[in-house]
Design a protein around this ligand. Structure first.
Ligand code: NOJ
Ligand code: CA
Length: 695
């Protein structure tokens, strides 16, 4: 990792309380983004409660919103605060992503640290730290060392986000366990998360309130785009946002623990995660924003040369289609040595570097739907028809790495106890990536996937994995909050309704608009293991009542639209063999020099161009919802000195997600930066383009 330029914070203290914000509050400090479009102000109400406001140009983005905390065994922190000190500084650096959607990241902001103390004998202290970037705002609460207090036990954090209008909102319910929901589009005032209880998923869900999970993204009637999330979720509970439809207000609701009876316990000093508000005039600006990663600590691992970003095949889709099983007892076991070797051959012949094998270890007879899941998986004992060492050896011979699979079935203590043993086995075999899974209700009972206890578990797995040179792709994960910057072995995760739902859900699967929404919501949080690229879109003859609700070209485009350093090539190989469009999957890389969003509207369409890391080749992915669309794609971002061989994989004339998903055309031509490519996307369709430099 190279750091380009580090201009140390220019510090100028400011100790004065400034003018009045409104009748009932006084402004403590105001701060603007480097380009001055965004301003954030912190104020104290008449009775000393802290709050803030955010503006974009002259428009209010967040109206007066308040902060408070409830504690166990201590009175709430709410009113009675005085400002002790306000300090301003600014910061500018460039840092490098070891892999990702771009190489160089600009990290530039102005910041304000406000020190508050209660005007009481106790005089409890809390600092509020604001950072204002050109792409949004982050703030967090810092609890300093203070007399008479060693730790804090938080019952809840009450951070408000008061909206300035009834914005169009793309949301999923505030679920304490999973993010595997379809996105809803409604006015903010019409959000009704409780109606989404009882939805189908491999994990069970807990939705206690009319609340939403983050990122939640909105568009104002004036066309401003705003997305709310959190960054650097470390040793704290995940944040959902309670919805007050009448007052157009969101308030943080931390994920709890029924077992412990509080939500967060921390020793002093500590800081909460950053609460983030991304702001952009264009929808695409949200995707280009680096706010979330910038609000995380720099890389703690340094270079991780042992991790190879890769496309990977797997013994996986078979199980979701029902053509094979994870368990051995069925007599139709998927994870056999021979099947793994066949897939390794296929991967090797097609330049794919990885293979995932699920169902390789004993325990799958008893993994889902059972209460007593502790001790079922041991992560080291293969089924008798799977020779782990031989598969690894054969893979190495063919240049294909095994991705280990650890399904914990949410028996977290079992996994915790086995972690070193499991990783030691991987290390001894030279395996450098693991896909983890947490299907089902967390054991111990009363914990949730997004509570503090689990946040710490997921982090422990990541840190332990790093010690063994292992990268982690978690399913049923903790939500992404930019930790990949600090721990670049956090390569990808699920945490959304993935492709698998199309194979078995009874609700019709993911609609065509799914990814055109995901790109502007879930994807803002970080890389996604979605498993795009199904070619047998009707799923016949395996699943008569399910299908993939997009065209083939849409599936190809997802390799560019979705950001992830590991991308699966999941379909049964018989559907790829001899298929001309498979060439796109062979060619498309997984890490990038730079990325540009060429167009996009949330829930409708998005077109992204990305330049391959270390080359001049560009790739474009364009997807639409159920509506057909025509785009003229200007290629003025290409190097004007160079010529490129363009291969356009597009929807056939009669393509349609519902009744003709497989129709496609391939067109080849030589183009340059003055060229324009005309695209006609079918309903549920897309286009994938490779632009290879002609040398
Ligand atoms: C759910 C994961 O999302 C899926 O990819 C995996 O196959 C199953 N769990 C089994 O671990
Ligand atoms: Ca899942």
């Amino acid at each position: 990792m190279k750091r380009f330029h580090l201009s140390l914070a220019v510090f100028f203290g400011m100790f004065l309380l400034i003018a009045c914000q409104s009748n009932h509050s006084k402004t403590i400090g105001t701060l603007s983004s480097p380009e001055k479009n965004i301003t954030a102000s912190l104020f104290l109400t008449d009775d000393g409660q802290p709050g803030y406001l955010v503006k974009y140009k002259n428009t209010t983005v967040i109206d007066s919103s308040l902060f408070a905390f409830d504690f166990k065994d201590a009175k709430p922190m709410k009113s009675g605060f005085m400002a002790k000190d306000v300090a301003f500084s600014n910061y500018s650096e460039r840092w490098e992503m070891p892999w990702g959607e771009k190489r160089e990241v600009k990290n530039e902001y102005n910041e304000m640290l406000v020190q508050l103390a209660e005007d009481t004998i106790e005089g409890r202290m809390m600092n509020i730290h604001f950072k204002v970037f050109d792409d949004g705002v982050g703030f967090r609460f810092e609890f300093p060392q203070q007399k008479g207090k060693d730790d804090l036990t938080i019952l809840d954090e009450h951070t408000q986000f008061k909206l300035a209008g009834d914005h169009t909102t793309w949301w999923i319910p505030g679920d304490w366990d999973i993010y595997e929901h379809l996105y809803n589009t409604s006015r903010f005032s019409e959000i009704d998360a409780l109606s989404k209880r009882g939805h189908e998923s491999l994990a069970q869900t807990h939705i206690p309130e009319n609340a939403v999970n983050t990122p939640v993204t909105m568009r104002t009637d004036e066309g401003l785009h705003i997305s709310f999330h959190e960054a650097n979720l470390t040793d704290y509970a995940g944040m959902t946002l309670k919805i007050d439809t009448e007052n157009l207000l969101m308030e943080s609701e931390l994920v709890g623990s029924d077992r412990l009876g509080y939500k967060v316990k921390r020793q002093l000093p500590f800081a909460t995660p950053w609460r983030t508000i991304q702001i952009s005039e264009s929808a695409g600006g949200l995707i280009e924003s680096d706010l979330i990663v910038n609000l995380n600590e720099p890389n703690k691992l340094g270079d991780i040369p042992w991790f190879t970003p890769m496309k990977y095949v797997g013994i996986w889709w078979d199980m979701h289609l029902g053509t094979k099983t994870w368990d051995y007892a069925s007599g139709n076991h998927g994870a056999t040595t021979q099947y793994a070797k066949d897939l390794i051959d296929f991967a090797s012949e097609n330049g794919l570097r990885g293979i995932l094998v699920e169902g390789w270890n004993t325990g799958w007879e008893h993994w889902i739907g059972f209460e007593d899941r502790e001790g079922v998986f041991d992560f080291v004992t293969p089924y008798p028809d799977y020779d782990l060492k031989e598969v690894v050896r054969y893979g190495k011979e063919k240049g294909v790495d095994l991705i280990m699979h650890h399904e914990t079935s949410a028996a977290v203590r079992t996994y915790d106890q086995q972690l070193d043993t499991a990783f030691k086995l991987m290390q001894s075999l030279g395996i450098h990536a693991v896909k983890t899974g947490y299907v089902g209700k967390i054991i111990p009972k009363g914990e949730y996937h997004h509570g503090q206890w689990m946040v710490n578990h997921y982090r422990k797995v990541l840190e332990t994995a790093a010690q063994y040179n292992i990268a982690v792709n978690a399913h049923e994960p903790i939500k992404a909050t930019g930790i990949r910057r600090t721990y670049p072995n956090a390569i990808a995760r699920e945490g959304l309704r993935g492709q698998e739902f199309n194979a078995w859900s009874a609700d019709g699967g993911n609609p065509p608009e799914h990814l055109p929404i995901v790109a502007f919501t879930r994807m803002l949080a970080g890389p996604i293991d979605f498993t795009p690229g199904i070619f047998n879109l009707t799923l016949k003859p395996h699943k008569e009542n399910n299908q993939i609700n997009t065209t083939l070209a849409h599936q190809l485009a997802l390799y560019v639209v979705i950001n992830s350093p590991v991308q699966m090539v999941p379909d049964l190989t018989q559907y790829y063999e001899g298929h001309p469009a498979f060439q796109f999957i062979r060619d498309v890389p997984v890490i990038w020099e730079q990325s540009k969003v060429l167009n996009g509207e949330i829930g409708d369409f998005v077109t992204i161009a990305r330049r391959e890391r270390g080359s001049n080749n560009w790739f474009i992915g364009s997807i639409t919802d159920e509506n057909p669309r025509n785009f003229s794609i200007k290629l003025d971002f290409l190097d004007s000195e160079k010529k490129y061989q363009a291969i356009v994989y597009k929807d056939g004339k009669t393509a349609h997600w519902a009744n003709n998903p497989g129709a496609y055309d391939i067109e080849e031509k030589v183009i340059g930066s003055a060229s324009t490519i005309e695209l006609s996307l079918a309903p549920g369709g897309g286009a994938a383009i490779s632009l290879m430099e002609i040398k």
